[in-house]
Write a protein of this length. Sequence first.
Length: 199
Amino acid sequence: MLLKELEILGFKSFADKIKVSFSTSVSAVVGPNGCGKSNILDSLKWVLGEKSVKTMRGEKMEDVIFAGTSTRKPANFAQVSLTFDNRLRLLKIDTDDVKVGRRLYRDGQSQYFINDSRVALKEIEDLFRDTGIGKSSYSFMEQGRMDQILSSKPEDRRLIFEEAAGVSRFKAQREEAEKNLENTQLNLTRIQDIQRELE
Ligand code: ATP
């Protein structure tokens, strides 16, 4: 699924509205130190519901709102939206483009949007469930992550691929089922012992 456009206003270092268009399935953000590359990535995770202040590299969530400079007033709110190409209807909404947005005011009031209508965060999470897109998915990679993947041991790299392919979820389910089976087996043996004692 193609991310067509990112729109940012008042988020971190981006005081003015910026629009970034993506036309290829893989895009990279490059630029000099401190120009805002990580802020772009933060904005993508944030709009998809990132709640961890630490992940957003701040001390409180309001730190994502443009803090002002010697010549500019701080912003009152931060707003980010993403527009996805949904012609293949991979997202269960019947529109060719799907726009998701998030806005945060300084008083802590947070709002989420799908195609400009107010929604709860859960609706955004439900929309992207099992699509491979999410705040902690492999669709967005921060600086250093590629290096980490390329230099990791083959066994560790396999785990990353399994997680990206959604296999790890099934592995976890299998492990849980095996544990339940083992417990049931133990219970059965105990019941058989009691039965034998009573006979
Ligand atoms: P590097 O390559 O060095 O990691 P980068 O391009 O990833 O840098 P970012 O970390 O995205 O850069 O941006 C850092 C800049 O964003 C800093 O100048 C910082 O002051 C600014 N910044 C972060 N939060 C805010 C905010 N709330 N208001 C204004 N500026 C902010």
